[in-house]
Write a protein that binds this ligand. Structure first.
Ligand code: SF4
Length: 370
């Protein structure tokens, strides 16, 4: 049931629908409205843009290596590359390992393979090409979503390829989309506290996204929130993603990633002591819907980070997608998030709020209603 809107809420809904809420206005909106009001208008806009359907992908994650040349304070997944050969915690998947993972993905009925890893300077471009072509050879009907934008940039630098060449070789070996990760937070000072210099700046992320999209490789966009950022940094990040999309379309969705702090350097430094609360999680989703407006239809709720129950409520606050089953996800698991889900459970959560569950492909086309 849609709740009626007050004249103030109608005003902000109209502004959001125009798709050009400014940074200043977005902050005014969050001062002017209660969380409940933000949710009401975000839910109304979701219904206009995406109807009554909530989608998800049957996705299988492959993390090819956890060795990394960066040591981001937000990350519990990496093993420093300088420890290679000195620890049994690091790994690089062989092509045989990838084949074995694909066997599991097939059993789970995956229609999407999601591949990311650490910044591993020892892997040549040919390794990635082999991994990608192995996916397409063994599972020709899946879509392949691979590499974050900072990974693409890093691989270009260490293999002596331009971004244009890396993207062209990714596409030629079977990649259909990039993953959109690594955006973190664009604000320079905050980014410097949660990443290291090996990861590209926010400005470069946005510039690379435009170039990658102009080369015909679409992908998602993300934010990592709930660490040391302020609300203003979140709003600034969302407005910059939206403006980037207006200038050069190519983002398929916006996925807010709730920071999971356990086992991370930020936790060890005492900078983050608890996860963001449910109210903040809902506010982030609502503002994502309102700021993206007409520029981006899909606001995805990543239940792995948010937890299933808050994620279910976030679908009433602007979300129209639950991302996916995330079979075999390792990056959040490194932070003690070991929750798993089945297709049936995701459908149950969606039906529980009176919406229609539907399996989708990487490009947000509906494959089947559940
Ligand atoms: S977030 Fe990515 S780049 Fe940073 S340490 Fe972790 S794996 Fe490496």
């Amino acid at each position: 049931m849609m709740l009626s809107l007050s004249s103030k809420e109608e005003y902000w809904l109209d502004r959001a629908m125009q798709g050009n809420l400014t940074y200043k206005e977005s902050l005014e909106l969050t001062d002017d409205l209660t969380l409940f009001s933000m949710g009401k208008i975000a839910n109304r806009l979701t219904s206009i843009q995406a109807g009554n359907v909530v989608s998800y992908a049957v996705s299988y994650n492959i993390n090819y290596s956890n060795y990394c040349a960066a040591s981001c304070p937000i990350c519990a997944f990496y093993v420093p590359i300088k420890l290679k050969g000195k620890t049994d915690r690091g790994y690089e998947l062989s092509i045989d390992d990838v084949r074995s993972e694909l066997g599991k993905a097939k059993k789970e009925g995956a229609t999407e393979i999601h591949i990311v890893g650490g910044f591993n300077p020892d892997l040549p471009m040919e390794y990635y090409e082999q991994v990608f072509s192995t996916v397409k050879k063994h599972l020709p009907s899946v879509t392949l979503k691979a590499l974050t934008i900072p990974e693409i940039d890093f691989i270009g630098k260490v293999t002596g390829n331009s971004i244009k060449e890396v993207v062209s070789r990714m596409k030629a070996s079977g990649v259909d989309a990039h993953t959109g990760g690594g955006a973190e937070i664009f604000n320079h000072d905050i980014r410097a506290q949660i990443t290291t210099k090996e990861k590209i700046s926010g400005e470069k992320w946005l510039e690379d996204a435009k170039l990658i999209h102009s080369l015909g490789l679409p992908g998602n966009s993300t934010i990592t929130y709930g660490h040391v950022e302020s609300w203003n940094d979140i709003v600034d990040h969302m407005v910059r993603i939206r403006d980037n999309q207006m200038e050069q379309p190519g983002f398929l969705s916006f996925i807010p990633l709730k920071f999971s702090f356990e086992n991370t350097p930020l936790e060890r430094m005492g900078k983050v002591k608890r996860p963001s609360d449910g109210a903040k999680d809902l506010k982030v989703i609502a503002m994502a819907r309102l700021i993206m407006g007409a520029a981006l239809r899909n606001i995805s709720v990543y239940w792995v980070g948010m937890g299933k129950l808050v994620a279910q409520e976030a679908l009433n606050y602007g979300g129209n997608d639950l991302v996916g089953t995330a079979f075999s996800e390792k990056i959040y698991r490194a932070t003690n998030k070991s929750d798993v889900s089945t297709i049936e459970e995701l459908a149950f959560l969606i039906k529980g709020i009176g919406r229609i569950p539907a399996e989708r492909d990487t490009f947000y086309n509906i494959i089947a209603y559940t």
